[in-house]
Design a protein around this ligand. Structure first.
Ligand SMILES: Nc1nc2c(ncn2[C@@H]2O[C@H](COP(=O)(O)OP(=O)(O)OP(=O)(O)O)[C@@H](O)[C@H]2O)c(=O)[nH]1
Ligand SMILES: [Mg+2]
Length: 458
């Protein structure tokens, strides 16, 4: 009898299990891998530490514990959490490696529900959380799904202004003499695609983020494959294109890229999320310059169009879950002193303004905040004569301990001239040395968690 009631209890509590998929969105180097590693780390420590005071379920001691679970998608590698931790706890501590391929992680959170309906069935419930990690560059390809080859080519050429135009010059010169309508020459196509890829690399080196196709700069296992050998070109879309021509092949490769690379990635990983965090490194464009800021803003806006927003009724939701809550977060807030965080939020608001509009049209819940997934510095003060200044202290990548006032974060993006005489110089620091038994130091990870999953744990 006892066994039966135990089984019924197990069954009921499993029926009460809920599930959330979180899209961690961000351009390359925005801090996605650091965020996911910290999120997992913080949750795994909640039962033993009071590391998340702003996360209500943890603060109220309703969170019983967290564990990693085998993911449901068996074709995708596991997120390299242990490797990330080994890096962070190495001597000297290091940041996790840049991401080269997609991976997933699944966590189970056991908690005591507050809601009467949930309590009725069982004293505990479980929330399963799925998160995927991927190279930021791949995200830039999602907008390609809405464009044919002619439209995409057009969009690339209209973006060729200023710095971009200069960086593209070598490829553009070569394109002048290229016989698009001539008979297929695979070697010539490969050479042109190579020059185009070099142009994309130099955009990135110059702090520009919007590089399409994003796979060209980080091809993963597609390195050298013909599907990555195309480039935008000017042509008359109304004219009939000879079957065996270079142009016909470029079109065919673009379509193959759309279907087999971009669509497959989107379908398998991006169509089923219900919560989204958009991580933005606002400090990088302040270091890099005016163009970089606008470029990043444009890239973020483009990407937001690829997600599906809006609340859907229960029935629809069973078939097509949609994102109903977004958090925009300025990452690496530990690079600046705490009193600059309000300015960082307003700079973030300016950065994500077009992206925000895209999502707000659906009237969904959104918020902006600053955070540091893995806090690398300590905030304090330095005294010079009579004066006291806020400062941060940390260990730089070349192992020197440094105490600095990194500068004021502007509330709004300064005019272009600003970079002509000064600019910003934010130092990169190593993660702080700490014990593997303790949770990673962070700034407002708990607030982010509360926003993203707090309601699912009620
Ligand atoms: N100080 C500080 N630096 C951070 C933090 N998070 C990330 N960084 C820095 O930003 C770099 C990039 O972070 P990642 O988490 O690897 O970024 P990503 O978005 O996964 O980048 P890709 O995998 O290349 O797309 C790290 O190597 C760190 O130097 C943080 O919380 N604090
Ligand atoms: Mg990464």
């Amino acid at each position: 009898m006892k066994q039966i009631s135990q089984d019924v209890n197990d069954l009921l509590s499993r029926t009460m299990d809920s599930h959330v998929r979180i899209a961690v969105t961000g351009l390359s180097r925005a801090g996605k891998t650091a965020f996911i590693s910290s999120l997992v780390n913080q949750l795994l420590h909640t039962s033993t530490h009071e590391n998340l005071p702003l996360f209500a379920a943890a603060r109220d001691k309703r969170l019983i514990g967290a564990k990693r679970e085998p993911q449901t998608n068996m074709l995708v590698p596991r997120f390299a959490y242990d490797e990330a931790m080994q890096h962070i706890h190495a001597n000297p501590p290091m940041w996790p490696e840049p991401t080269r391929d997609v991976s997933e992680i699944r966590l189970a959170l056991k908690y005591r529900p507050q809601k009467k309906t949930k309590k009725l069935f069982s004293a505990t419930s479980t929330l399963h959380i799925d998160i995927i990690d991927y190279p930021g560059e791949w995200l830039l390809d999602l907008p390609l799904l809405d464009m044919d080859f002619a439209q995409w080519s057009q969009s690339q050429f209209s973006a060729l202004k200023g710095q971009r135009q200069q960086l593209a010059q070598q490829w553009l010169d070569k394109l002048e003499g290229f016989d698009l309508l001539g008979e297929l020459d695979e070697n010539a196509l490969a050479e042109m695609a190579h020059l185009y890829t070099q142009f994309l690399h130099s955009c990135k080196e110059n702090g520009l983020h919007w590089v399409q196709p994003g796979r060209f700069v980080l091809p993963g296992d597609l390195d050298g494959a013909p599907v990555l050998q195309f480039f935008p070109c000017r042509f008359d879309d109304q004219e009939k294109i000879g079957k065996g021509s270079n142009l016909a092949m470029l079109k065919a490769r673009y379509q193959e890229y759309q279907q087999k690379v971009v669509k497959a990635f989107y379908k398998h990983h991006f169509s089923t999320f219900d919560r989204q965090i958009v991580l933005v490194d606002c400090l990088q464009p302040l270091n890099a310059g005016y163009d970089s800021f606008h470029d990043m803003r444009h890239a973020l806006e483009q990407i937001m169009h690829s997600f599906r927003y809006g609340r859907s009724n229960l029935l629809k939701r069973l078939f097509a879950p949609r994102i109903d809550k977004i958090l925009f977060a300025a990452t690496k807030a530990d690079h600046v002193t705490p009193e600059q965080h309000t300015n960082l939020v307003s700079l973030l608001q300016q950065m994500v303004h077009p992206a925000w509009q895209t999502a707000s049209y659906e009237n969904i819940e959104m918020n902006c905040m600053t955070m540091a997934s893995i806090q690398a510095t300590q905030a304090g003060f330095i005294t010079q004569g009579e004066q006291t200044y806020p400062a941060i202290q940390g260990v730089t990548l070349n192992d020197g301990s440094q105490t600095v006032f990194p500068g004021e974060v502007p509330k709004k993006l300064p005019a272009e001239e600003y970079w002509h005489h000064q600019g910003f110089e934010f130092t990169a620091f190593r993660p702080q040395q700490g014990s593997a038994d303790d949770p990673l130091p962070h700034i407002r990870m708990d607030k982010a968690l509360e926003y993203l999953i707090g309601d699912k744990l009620k």
